[in-house]
Design a binder for this molecule. Structure first.
Ligand code: F0G
Length: 360
């Protein structure tokens, strides 16, 4: 018998979410993303049982959809006339799509030249008004927080509590798929909403008796944008991973609490490590992510090299936050565009021989 069709995260996890029968449902059937075991990557991580929560499989290609379905449903319930966000790209793409679904106008403020092309075109395609500002994400967020109440727009950044509430469903799905909580959750950290959300989800599931243990929360940041590793804000964050190019995270307290209460912590990885991890993930497991999403993989590989993986065959879940198609330009930093050859069987044969000879 076929199992019943997935209804999106609000319907699937309704008892755990702040909705009522009167809340209108704005959904693109987000969630139910794959939890993949990663046998080839595990060869690089001795003793680890590694699983990948592939959030790039959400409707707009990132985890933001989990939060946006709830934020947009509540905005509609509250009679909002339009929504607003600042974004490094993925929030903008999700807000734009869910706003269309809700029939509401959407305004997105982005750092000019600072977001990946795939995300920009998503926001444009869904008819959002994109406002690039000559400043960083942190400045964009400051502007929208200031302007939202004056303009009577609903702010759908993760400072909107419904965003965090929706995103915690990622933790529920992991527990449901494994039948337990993982030993470690490894996750990229930018504005820090997602690590806050996952921790809340795990704690809530434990409180409800759905799991008996809690994971350690390991947050990974880019070395040039690592306020949690440094312990203070960063004025000019720099990294190729534009999604997490953030120096003043809004959910500072939530992230620090998640790390402290879980016995976890924060670590930084370099851009080179991010790109190498992204490449390895794509080549070895067939999973394509944007650079920021490779941060937890890069961090685990680094710990393996330094002999700092936890003992006792830990079950580790990496949250792969965004799809690789979001940021095609970053791929061209590590891969060469293929050159054209004559349209002959011989030229093809030569190309095949080159690869198979290398493989042996
Ligand atoms: N990974 C991706 C792909 C992201 O887009 C983001 C954040 C993060 C990780 C970090 O998550 O902020 O909850 O700690 N993107 C936001 C945006 C800031 O505007 O799209 P976080």
């Amino acid at each position: 018998m076929a199992s019943s069709p997935w209804r999106g995260v609000i319907e699937e996890y309704r008892p755990y979410l702040p909705v009522t029968p009167r809340t209108p449902l704005v959904t693109l059937l987000e969630g139910a993303t794959p939890l993949l075991r990663a046998p080839r990557l595990m060869r690089h991580l001795p003793g680890v049982d590694l699983h990948l929560k592939y959030e790039g499989q959400n409707p707009t290609g990132s985890f933001k959809d989990r939060g946006m379905t709830l934020a947009m449903s509540k905005a509609l319930e509250e009679g909002s006339r339009a929504v607003l966000c600042a974004s490094t790209g993925n929030t903008a793409a999700a807000a734009a799509a869910y706003a269309r679904r809700a029939g509401m106008p959407c305004f997105v403020v982005v750092p000019a030249g600072g977001i990946a092309v795939g995300k920009l075109v998503q926001a444009m395609a869904h008819g959002a008004r994109v406002v690039p500002v000559e400043g960083s994400f942190d400045e964009a967020l400051r502007i929208v927080r200031d302007a939202a109440p004056r303009l009577r727009l609903t702010l759908v950044n993760s400072v909107n509590p419904f965003r965090i509430e929706g995103q915690k469903t990622g933790a529920f799905e992991i527990c449901d798929a494994l039948g337990r909580a993982p030993d470690v959750l490894a996750i990229p950290v930018g504005n820090a909403g997602n690590i806050t959300a996952y921790w809340r989800g795990f704690v809530q599931y434990q409180g409800a008796g759905r799991v008996s243990t809690l994971p350690k929360m390991w947050g990974f940041q880019a070395a040039g944008a690592a306020p949690f590793v440094l312990g203070h804000p960063v004025d000019r964050p720099e990294t190729i991973a534009s999604a997490i190019r953030i120096g003043r995270p809004a959910s500072w307290d939530g992230a620090v609490a998640a790390a402290r209460e879980s016995g976890g912590g924060f670590e930084a990885v370099t851009d080179e490590e991010l790109l190498a991890a992204r490449r390895l993930l794509a080549a070895e497991e067939g999973v394509f992510v944007e650079p920021s999403s490779a941060a937890p993989i890069a961090g685990l590989l680094k710990r393996a090299r330094e002999g700092r993986l936890p003992p006792g065959a830990p079950l580790i879940v990496c949250v792969l936050t965004g799809h690789g198609l979001k940021d095609p330009e970053s791929v061209l930093r590590t891969e060469r565009r293929p050159e054209a050859v004559p349209a002959t069987p011989e030229a093809l044969e030569q190309a095949v021989d080159e690869v198979l000879a290398v493989r042996g």
